[in-house]
Design a protein around this ligand. Structure first.
Ligand code: DP6
Length: 329
């Protein structure tokens, strides 16, 4: 077995139908299927080298050593890879996002997808797309959707072996854009892991789960037929329900901020004027505006005029996670 160095790049993704709540929190087996689009301008590059000289894993995120919470999660993931490769060697891991950290853009999806690919390769393993997606899922649920390219569905499955993501359509299938409105906020962000754990305390979770099979079918159909109005209505409904469940969990979790509400109201006003744009939300203050490529400039220009919006990042459908020899060290 050759232990070496490998570097991978993975996109973050935006969920059209959200993953919210687990059947098995340790294995990250979700309550429901979810559907997403990879984001080509929100990527993580990660280099991993297993090194017999190391006494402990060395983890650098951005320019600094990982904090305690990040370290626990990354080391647990390296343990999964060491178990697969039957090795005990410690690793050096450097990871860098191409989007600003702390902007509230989900980074665990791209981070654990890139880490899964780089670490398995560095350990001398060549996993299939399905095996990589299963591995990435255990690091962060949404990361399993950043392994395949383009438009992706995470099949909830019944056990770890059948809970993974598959491509619904390649990136070139539909020239959609996700215009991310990064909204300034002073609120402390509650992590999604906590949100998943709290979801079952909301009375509304059962109603959402009941509505989902029909909504998933609608989103699949909207993607297959490139029907933005059908897609947009379904994703707005699902984003609102995610936040409804968060706010009615015990204790309640508020991701809302005045800037977020301002952008949502603007989206509805622009639609009234004939601009085809729809919003979705993550477990944070930013608003993701979904539109066709031809309307992206107009959407980005308008959203920049909203005072609470501090940055705008325009994303096309992104690629699968891939290996590169442009190492970080
Ligand atoms: C609201 O994948 O970040 O973005 O598995 O605990 O890391 P962990 O959670 P995570 O949850 C994502 C929640 C979401 C919706 C989604 O991306 O589907």
């Amino acid at each position: 077995m050759s232990l070496g160095k490998a570097t991978a790049i993975a996109c973050s993704n935006i969920a059209f139908i959200k993953y919210w709540g687990n059947r098995d929190a340790a294995l990250r087996l979700p309550l429901n299927n979810s559907i997403s689009m990879n984001l080509d301008h929100a990527t993580t590059r990660t280099t991993v080298a297993f090194d017999a000289m190391l006494n402990d894993d060395e983890i650098v995120i951005g320019d600094r050593a990982a904090n305690a919470a990040q370290r626990v999660r990354v080391v647990a993931h390296l343990e999964r890879v060491r178990a697969l490769a039957h090795i005990e060697t410690r690793a050096r891991v450097h990871s860098r996002n191409n989007f600003p950290m702390g902007a509230g853009i989900a980074s665990s999806a791209s981070a654990f997808a890139a880490l899964s690919l780089a670490a398995t390769r560095a350990a001398g393993l060549a996993l299939s797309e399905r095996e990589l997606s299963i591995l990435a899922r255990q690091g962060s649920g949404s990361a399993c959707r950043s392994i395949p390219a383009g438009f992706v569905e995470w099949l909830a499955g019944t056990s770890s072996a059948d809970s993974y993501a598959v491509q619904i359509a390649p990136p070139s299938f539909w020239d959609l854009r996700d215009v991310i409105a990064v909204v300034s906020t002073t609120e402390k962000h509650v992590g999604s892991t906590e949100g998943h754990a709290a979801a079952s305390s909301s009375h509304f979770l059962a109603a959402r789960l009941q509505a989902l099979p029909e909504r998933l079918a609608r989103v699949r159909h909207a993607l297959a037929t490139r029907d933005l109005e059908m897609l947009g209505n379904a994703i707005e409904q699902d984003a609102i329900e995610l936040h409804l469940i968060a706010m009615t969990s015990r204790p309640p979790i508020f991701y809302w901020s005045p800037g977020m509400v301002r952008v949502i109201q603007a989206v509805h006003a622009w639609r009234g004027e004939g601009l085809a744009v729809y919003f979705t939300l993550d477990a944070g203050p930013n608003v993701h505006l979904i539109c066709e490529a031809r309307d992206a400039d107009s959407v980005a220009m308008r959203v920049r005029e909203i005072p609470e919006v501090v940055q705008v990042i325009v994303n096309a459908p992104g690629d699968a996670a891939y290996l590169t020899d442009q190492h970080l060290f």
